[in-house]
Design a protein around this ligand. Structure first.
Ligand SMILES: Cc1cc2nc3c(=O)[nH]c(=O)nc-3n(C[C@H](O)[C@H](O)[C@H](O)COP(=O)(O)O)c2cc1C
Length: 357
């Protein structure tokens, strides 16, 4: 996939290549996913976009042609005034400083330009194609919120039922399947908003229905491909698979997932490996978690510098920013997982290049 556009430019969009021919696909499939990413409630940024999807190329008579899919949305609710006034004072935690240095100031700094969270709309649109393809093969991807600030969902790792997770997460404004914790997370965000501050979050993604044998050895392992994609989402700073970092404190006898036969299928108990062994899926749910840092743009005054004079400067950020990016990153995590798994399924020849009638 390719992403194009910039936060305050005319459009943002994606080009998806390699989608098999014959997949039933309409604008509504993409719109449905994109609507989940919208800043529609009081916990999100004030930028109000209609985000109407235009699917320009790559389908004919309601099915994919096998050619590149071109999907675009317009940027409508754009206010660049604050960025124009502060173009030489980089926001701490954002890409302003590194982009200015790398591109010698030619970068579009308005709203973060190409580094804006708005680029993730393109990720979600590409992911909608992947999700549609995978749904035909019984693969389901569910991301949900595990932690916002100090509020964390406790419980047994790697064993959730995705249908239940999705059902409960859809009732929560922060996509948290534990509805009691969801209320506490909302309160935590509201406190951060009043303080002019922001919060980080941890998102878990569970993929079920994967066959055994997806993922290539070493560099194109399932973990490598997914980690690459997840760390490409702005503000994602860490990823762990299965029991991840807690494996460091386990003995082999605890960490090894025992094999067993269940209804004629080989499964493991527990699923510390998160569904991957040797980079190859083992038929258990693929489980991973990502850490999303707090939104860099906050309401409090912050220490920065003036890039022209090379002197200290104080920065007061105005404009519209999400108090907790993680909330809007949930569908983005699902989308990028869908793109990766669709690719890996095609490479492993589990999905043909042309679908049947
Ligand atoms: C869905 C989403 C929305 C975002 N919205 C904002 C925002 O409103 N304000 C902001 O400062 N950063 C926002 N970001 C984060 C920045 O884009 C990101 O922190 C920045 O590009 C620097 O990259 P890094 O954090 O990966 O180092 C958002 C990220 C995502 C995924």
């Amino acid at each position: 996939m390719t992403l194009f556009g910039e936060s305050h430019g005319k459009v943002v969009g994606t080009i998806v290549e390699g989608c098999p021919a014959g997949l039933p696909l309409g604008q509504e499939d993409i719109q449905r996913e994109l609507d989940r990413r919208k800043p529609g409630h009081q916990l999100a940024s004030g930028r109000r976009e209609t985000d109407r999807v235009s699917l320009f190329d790559g389908t004919f008579n309601g099915k994919t042609t096998g050619g590149p899919l071109v999907v675009v949305i317009g940027n409508e609710d754009v206010d660049s005034s604050w960025y124009l006034k502060n173009q030489y004072v980089p926001r701490p935690g954002h890409s302003d400083y590194t982009a200015f240095e790398k591109y010698h100031g030619f970068n579009d700094f308005r709203g973060g330009g190409f580094f804006s969270g708005r680029m993730t709309a393109g990720m979600v649109m590409a992911g909608a194609v992947g999700k549609k393809l995978l749904s035909l093969h019984g693969i389901r991807i569910t991301a949900h919120m595990l932690q916002i600030g100090c509020v964390e969902v406790e419980g047994k790792k790697n064993s959730q039922d995705p249908a239940r997770l999705a059902e409960f997460a859809s009732q929560s404004p922060v996509s948290c399947a534990d509805l009691e914790k969801s209320g506490l997370m909302v309160a935590e965000i509201e406190r951060a908003i009043s303080a002019g501050d922001s919060l980080g979050g941890k998102i878990e993604c569970v993929v079920t229905g994967l066959p055994v044998g997806v993922g290539e050895p070493l560099f194109d392992s399932t973990e490598s491909v997914i980690a690459h994609a997840m760390l490409s989402i702005p503000a994602v700073k860490a990823i762990e698979f299965g029991s991840g970092f807690s494996l460091c404190g386990m003995k082999g006898s605890e960490a090894n997932d025992a094999f067993q036969v269940e209804d004629g299928r080989i499964t493991t108990k527990p699923n510390n490996s998160g569904g991957v062994l040797g980079g190859i899926t083992n038929g258990m749910p693929l489980v991973f978690r990502v850490a999303v840092k707090p939104t860099p743009s906050i309401g409090m005054p912050q220490k920065s510098v003036d890039l022209r004079t090379r002197e200290d400067a104080e920065l007061r950020i105005e404009g519209r920013h999400d108090p907790c990016i993680a909330v809007r990153a949930v569908p983005v995590v699902e989308a990028m997982a869908a793109v990766c798994i669709a690719d890996l399924m095609i490479i492993a020849q589990k999905i043909p290049r042309t679908l049947g009638d």
